[in-house]
Design a protein around this ligand. Structure first.
Ligand SMILES: Nc1ncnc2c1ncn2[C@@H]1O[C@H](COP(=O)(O)OP(=O)(O)OP(=O)(O)O)[C@@H](O)[C@H]1O
Ligand SMILES: [Mg+2]
Length: 236
């Protein structure tokens, strides 16, 4: 990857500024934030509650427009795009995983994934095959016909990750993906998420309160006072 175009096929943030109303004034949450995440790179962002981590992910995921700055998704600048084009780019390129998997209660694990293929116009047989393979990879082959209500929290979260990958994103954003899981499960899900992202060459950003994802990240940044600071290189 050339250093002159670091956003390349990954994710790039340029001079992102976000301020929110705070009493009679405003509070700067993100102060000229720059960030590049390369394909296959897993980045973890930590920061205290209210520091702006979810806001940063919402900006990177094209769910929220910053007051200033540019977001590059797979090299495409997005600031000037219409809301319709941003939505289309998000659907095509970006997968977002939250603390809760938000599965559809009436669909089995397999159906949650197949629906994603259906929405993107994929042939039924192909979607079925990819769904089965993803469930297998995430250790869910035996749970394919289970409804969410019958799954454990860890299983639901793994189905959520499989569903996110089913969309064949370029960028994977995860907001506290392991926060609702306990120790061992949290570590396992974090490892799966990071491993799948890296193996598929996705640019991945994981926001986390707990330490589980840190062991699986190439880079760790800390958000405080509106700025991202490098902490240490953990793995990779
Ligand atoms: N649209 C908005 N209007 C007003 N305040 C907002 C808005 N969006 C975010 N905030 C405030 O900005 C701050 C940062 O919110 P954000 O959700 O990004 O923090 P966070 O780092 O994800 O916190 P947590 O770790 O608790 O999830 C919070 O104080 C929140 O109330
Ligand atoms: Mg948050």
């Amino acid at each position: 990857m050339s250093t002159s175009d670091p956003a390349g096929d990954g994710l790039g943030l340029r001079g992102i500024h976000v301020a929110v109303p705070d009493g009679p004034g405003t509070r700067t949450l993100l102060d000229a934030v720059d960030l590049d995440v390369a394909p296959g790179e897993v980045l973890v962002i930590t920061g205290s509650s209210g520091s702006g981590k979810s806001t940063l992910l919402a900006v990177a995921g094209l769910l929220r427009r910053p007051d200033r700055g540019e977001v590059l998704v797979a090299g495409t600048p997005t600031a000037e795009l219409s809301e319709r084009r941003r939505t289309a780019l998000r659907r095509e390129r970006i997968a977002i995983v939250y603390q809760s998997a938000n599965l559809l209660p009436a669909l089995t694990a397999r159906e949650q994934l197949e629906l994603v293929g259906h929405i993107s116009g994929e042939r039924r047989s192909q979607a079925r095959g990819r769904a089965a393979q993803l469930l297998e990879e995430l250790g869910l082959a035996g749970r394919a016909d289970q409804l969410p209500a019958k799954m454990s929290g860890g299983e639901r979260q793994r189905v959520g990750i499989a569903r996110a990958l089913m969309a064949r994103p370029t960028v994977l954003l995860a907001d506290e993906p392991t926060a609702s899981l306990d120790g061992a499960l949290s570590a396992e899900v974090a490892g799966l998420l990071a491993g799948e992202a890296r193996g598929r060459g996705l640019a991945a950003v994981i926001v986390s309160h707990d330490d589980a994802p840190l062991a699986h990240a190439e880079r760790h940044l800390h958000l405080a006072g509106g700025a991202l600071k490098a902490i240490t290189t953990v793995a990779g």
